[in-house]
Design a protein around this ligand. Structure first.
Ligand code: PLP
Length: 414
């Protein structure tokens, strides 16, 4: 579908929350999409339909409802495989979100594959969920955690990666495909190909990338890939970990319990087939089904169109923000290297004050460290304000943001 055929304005009617007002009857302008996105009726209805018409546990009973619930749940796995270009559905594991996906890898892969003095490499612009699990693992194993630094343009200094790889001690390189603070798009193919030269595995945190641009896992050729449903129109509490089958086969289970077993005896257990070995207990059935509806919605829009829409909004926003007195934008202004996440600060004004003033106009932006304190240290700030866009945002909403930020500049006499 060509973008000209899609009315990004019209699709707003699919999102009930966008019709409401906040703070003294102000129209809601929701610009905190990097945090979580709003949900269309199609997703809300899919969840309601499951509870009203198909509610049963999956994979177990043979009665009609159980079969229907299982089919709906498993259909989402196939939708995801198509969406991210994965041939083998056994490689797709449902988890609570990106955080759980990365912790699963650190626990179920890391505990058997990482030894004393090994090195895990991450980057300076990671979310805490791609730092803390590796701190826990390397501290437990006596291994090392190293960082690829970031330059002043918000891009990674890949010479650092070369230096670490040359030690021969690196076992895993882990990085986000798009920064949740700067919007920088990482040159993943370059990193993965460098790692492959040394036989080093790669994990990609796709939490900010999968919702906003086409992602092809076959092409990326990494070993682990994680993302969250709630950042791409889906419900909270559901996400995906993809692992290359040859790597998955070397991993122990994460959680033990129902559904992940084949046979349980008093003192030993054998495991279920992939991916069920990694999905213990009753899963989040309703939200997996809701996630399937979100994937359908985005598939119908076309991810090239989603990216194009966000490029248009981001270009427009950067141009307008650049004209505001005293405002600094972090990261690259080269749109080919960034997504629709814009972090900024006013000289000496605390980002919480900025967020509060513009909240009076009904505008929701995030202020704080964005779960990226290592990056805040690198930028030498305690916090930033962050506006982040999605399919339902419009240029008029960006104009409202700009007007309210001009008000901030006036209040603080910048
Ligand atoms: N990684 C990145 C880049 C993120 O932006 C986020 C959430 O903001 C996460 C990981 C964690 O995702 P979740 O909270 O859905 O587990």
């Amino acid at each position: 579908m060509q973008s000209t055929q899609i009315s990004f304005e019209k699709l707003r009617k699919d999102f009930p929350i966008l019709q409401r007002t906040v703070r003294d009857n102000k129209t809601l302008v929701y610009l905190d999409n990097a945090s979580t996105t709003q949900k269309p009726n199609q997703v809300i209805d899919a969840i309601t339909d499951y509870y009203k018409n198909h509610n049963a546990n999956i994979h177990r009973a043979v009665y009609a409802l159980a079969e229907e619930a299982t089919e709906l749940y498993e259909a989402t796995r196939d939708k995801i495989a198509n969406f991210i270009h994965v041939k083998n559905r056994e490689e797709i594991i449902f988890v609570r979100g990106t955080t759980e996906a990365i912790n699963l890898v650190a626990y179920a892969w890391g505990r058997t594959h990482i030894q004393k003095d090994d090195i895990i490499v991450t980057t300076e612009y990671e979310h805490h969920s791609n730092i803390v699990p590796w701190q826990l693992l390397t501290q437990e194993k006596g291994a090392k955690l190293e960082y690829i630094r970031m330059d002043d343009n918000g891009e990674l200094i890949l010479d650092d990666l070369d230096k670490y790889l040359a030690t021969g001690k690196v076992k895993l390189v882990t990085f986000s495909l798009m920064s949740n603070v700067l919007g920088t798009i990482t040159d993943a193919e370059k990193i993965v190909s460098k790692c492959k030269e040394y036989g080093v595995l790669t994990l990609i945190d796709g939490a900010q990338a999968v919702p906003h641009m086409p992602v092809n896992i076959e092409k990326l050729d990494c070993d682990f890939f994680a993302f969250s449903g709630h950042k791409m129109l889906g419900p909270t509490g559901i996400g995906v970990l993809w692992v290359r089958k040859s790597v998955l086969q070397t991993m122990n289970p994460f959680h033990g319990g129902g559904d992940m077993i084949r046979e349980v005896h008093k003192y030993e257990t054998t495991w279920n087939d992939l991916p069920y070995k990694f999905e213990a207990g009753t899963p989040n059935i309703a939200d997996v089904i809701g996630f399937g509806a979100a994937i359908d919605y985005l598939t119908n829009l076309g991810m090239d169109n989603v990216r194009e829409h966000e490029i248009e909004l981001t270009n427009y926003a950067i141009e307008k923000l650049s004209q505001i007195n005293g405002l600094t934008i972090y990261g690259t202004k080269d749109i080919s290297k960034r997504g629709g996440v814009i972090s900024f600060n006013f000289a000496d004004v605390h980002p919480h004050d900025v967020a509060q003033i513009i909240d009076e106009e009904g505008i929701a932006v995030r202020s704080g460290h964005h779960c990226a304190q290592v990056l805040m240290e690198r930028l030498n700030v305690a916090a930033t304000s962050r506006a982040s866009f999605y399919i339902y945002n419009t240029k008029e909403e960006i104009d409202s943001l700009i007007n309210s930020l001009n008000k901030v500049a006036r209040i603080f006499k910048l």
